[in-house]
Design a protein around this ligand. Structure first.
Ligand code: UN1
Length: 505
C-alpha cells in the first residue's frame, strides 16, 4: 500500500483543496480520515477545505474557463485525449485505490477506471461533433442556425460508490464543451478524488490551464451549501441520494441555475416464463450482489413468473450461498464490504422492517463477524405492496416477488418513486416489446436479457421521477454542459419581419 500511495502522490495527511496541481494551505484545517471498509482501519487523512478556500477555488475555475472557452473544441479534445492516456498509464494503481477505499472487488475497481478511459475517448470524438442544426428562415435572404457555447465552471458533486467514473462522465464532457470543472467528491472517497485530480490536473497545467480542474473536499454544510448557491457555477451536476438531490436541486433552482441530477434507483428485473434462466440467474446475481448492492443501478427487486418462481429462487439461493465474500483485492472474491458501519446498520434495519412487513428471508441476513463492514447478500421473499420495497437501501438486499400477469409485473415495477434502471429476461418478442412500449417500463434505462447495472458509456445515463431526470455520459448528454444560441442572419438589403408584421418608418 505504501508504494501505491507513493506512486499516486498520496501522503499521511492530504490537502483537501486544490487549484490544479497546487494545494491550498492546510494549517489549522480540520482533519478527517478515509477508512478502508474491508478492515475499518484508516488509510490516510485529509485536511478539509474551508468555505474561504472554496471561494478562491471558484475564482480560479472562473479564470481558467475564460481562457479555455477560446480554445477550439477539437484542441480541447486533444487535452482530454492526453488525460485518457494518463488514466491508461495509471489504470492499475487507480483501480486498486478504488478497491482499497470503497471496497469494490478489484475487477470492478479496474472496470471503473476503464469507464473513465472510455469517457475520455468518447469526449475526444465529441469534441469534433458538438453539432448545432440549421433551419430554413421564412424570410428571404436570411439564414438561421444554432450554435453551442460553453457554460462556465461546472460544479460536480460525486458519491462514494463511483469515485472515479462518475466524475469522468461529467468532467470529460464538460471539458471538451469548453468548461472548467470543480469537483466536490464524497468525503467517503476523498483519496480517489485527490489522486485522480492530481494526475489529470498536471495534464491541464502542462497544456497551460492550471485552474481548469479544481477540487475541494470539505464539509457538506459549509462548503457544499456555499458551492451549490454560488451563481458563478451555472451548472451543478450531482450524484447521490434523493434527499441530497432534492436539497441541491432546490438550491440551484432558487437562483435559476441548472442542475443535472443522478439520484437513487429502485431497479427491478422481470423474469418471464420463457426466459433463458441461466442468463437470468447471472443477470440477477450481478445486478443484486455486484458492488455489494451499492450501485444506483443495483437490482433491488425481481418479479418472477409464478410458473418458474420456485425453481428460479431455488437456483438463485444456491448461487448466493456459494458467493465468495471477503478481501476485495483477492481475485477470487465476488462480494466486498459495505462502505461504512452506517451502511451495515441500514442493511440490518431494512431487513428488520422487511420481516415486520411480512417478508421471509430466504438466504443471508447476517453481518459477518470479522473486521470491516461485511454482510451476507440477502434474498427476501416479498409482496410488491410492502412499503420497504419502495425504498432504496444501499446494500445487497433483493426482494423477490412472484407474478401471474406481465402487465401486473410492469405496473409493480413502475410503482416506486424512483425511475433509473429496469430489465426483463424473456425470449418472447411480444413480452419484450410490451416492456419497452410507452406503457411499459417508466425508467431511464430499459434492458432486455441484460441486468439493470453495468451500463455502457455510449448511451445517455440517468432516470426519471425521483432519480432526478438528468442524463450524463454518451448520446447527446453533452448538451447539458453547453448553452444553445439561435442565430438569424440577414444578408439582404431590406428588413422583413417574421410573422408578416409590418413596421414602416
Ligand atoms: C452509479 O451507481 O452511480 O451502470 C453509477 C452502471 C455503472 C454506473 C453506475 N456504469 O452500473
Amino acid at each position: 500500500m505504501k508504494d501505491l500511495f507513493a506512486r499516486l502522490g498520496l501522503k499521511d495527511v492530504n490537502p483537501g483543496a486544490w487549484i490544479g496541481t497546487q494545494p491550498l494551505p492546510t494549517l489549522g484545517a480540520p482533519i478527517a480520515d478515509s477508512e478502508n471498509p474491508s478492515t475499518g482501519q484508516p488509510l490516510a487523512s485529509i485536511a478539509l477545505g474551508s468555505a474561504e478556500q472554496l471561494d478562491q477555488v471558484i475564482s480560479a475555475s472562473q479564470a481558467a474557463f475564460e481562457a479555455w472557452r477560446l480554445v477550439p473544441a477539437p484542441k480541447r479534445g486533444e487535452v482530454v485525449r492526453q488525460m485518457g492516456q494518463v488514466l491508461r498509464e495509471h489504470k492499475d494503481d487507480l483501480g486498486r485505490l478504488v478497491t482499497l477505499e470503497v471496497g469494490k472487488v478489484l475487477s470492478e475497481g479496474l472496470g471503473e477506471v476503464q469507464e473513465s478511459i472510455d469517457m475520455a475517448d468518447l469526449a475526444v470524438g465529441m469534441s469534433r461533433q458538438l453539432f448545432g442544426l440549421t433551419m430554413h428562415s421564412e424570410r428571404h435572404s436570411h439564414r438561421m442556425y444554432e450554435q453551442w457555447h460553453p457554460l462556465g465552471p461546472v460544479g460536480v458533486i460525486t458519491a462514494f460508490n463511483f469515485p472515479n467514473a462518475v466524475w469522468a462522465w461529467n468532467a470529460m464532457v464538460a471539458l471538451v464543451a469548453g468548461n472548467s470543472v470543480l469537483w466536490k467528491p464524497s468525503h467517503k472517497a476523498p483519496l480517489n478524488a485527490i489522486a485522480t485530480h492530481r494526475l489529470l490536473a498536471k495534464v491541464a497545467q502542462d497544456a497551460g490551464f492550471p485552474g481548469l480542474l479544481t477540487l475541494i473536499v470539505g464539509a457538506n454544510r459549509s462548503v457544499g451549501d456555499k458551492m451549490i448557491n454560488d451563481h458563478r457555477l451555472p451548472l451543478i451536476s450531482a450524484t447521490g441520494s434523493v434527499p441530497m438531490g432534492r436539497h441541491v436541486g432546490q438550491a440551484v433552482a432558487k437562483r435559476l441555475g441548472r442542475s443535472l441530477l443522478e439520484l437513487g434507483g429502485n431497479n427491478a428485473i422481470i423474469v418471464t416464463p420463457d426466459a433463458d434462466l441461466d442468463l437470468a440467474l447471472r443477470g440477477v446475481a450481478f445486478g443484486a450482489v455486484g458492488t455489494a448492492g451499492q450501485r444506483c443501478t443495483s437490482t433491488r427487486r425481481i418479479f418472477v413468473h409464478e410458473d418458474i418462481a420456485q425453481e428460479f429462487l431455488r437456483r438463485l439461493v444456491a448461487v448466493y450461498e456459494q458467493l465468495p465474500i471477503g478481501d476485495p483485492l483477492d481475485a477470487s472474491t465476488l462480494v466486498g464490504p459495505l462502505i461504512d458501519a452506517r451502511a451495515v446498520k441500514d442493511y440490518q434495519m431494512a431487513l428488520e422492517t422487511a420481516v415486520a412487513q411480512g417478508g421471509e428471508i430466504l438466504t443471508g441476513g447476517q453481518v459477518l463477524d470479522r473486521p470491516g463492514n461485511f454482510v451476507r447478500p440477502t434474498i427476501v421473499r416479498a409482496r410488491a405492496d410492502m412499503p420497504i420495497c419502495a425504498e432504496e437501501t444501499f446494500a445487497p438486499i433483493l426482494y423477490a416477488i412472484s407474478y401471474t400477469d406481465l402487465d401486473q409485473a410492469i405496473a409493480w415495477q413502475n410503482d416506486v418513486p424512483q425511475g433509473l434502471s429496469s430489465a426483463i429476461f424473456t425470449d418472447s418478442f411480444r413480452e419484450s416489446e410490451r416492456f419497452l412500449a410507452a406503457h411499459g417500463s417508466d425508467c431511464g434505462i430499459a434492458n432486455v436479457n441484460i441486468g439493470t447495472s453495468g451500463a455502457e458509456i455510449g448511451g445517455a445515463f440517468g432516470g426519471e421521477k425521483e432519480t432526478g431526470g438528468g442524463r450524463e455520459a454518451g448520446s447527446d448528454a453533452w448538451k447539458a454542459y453547453m448553452r444553445r444560441q439561435t442565430c438569424t442572419l440577414n444578408f439582404g438589403s431590406d428588413l422583413p419581419l417574421a410573422q408578416g408584421v409590418t413596421f414602416d418608418i
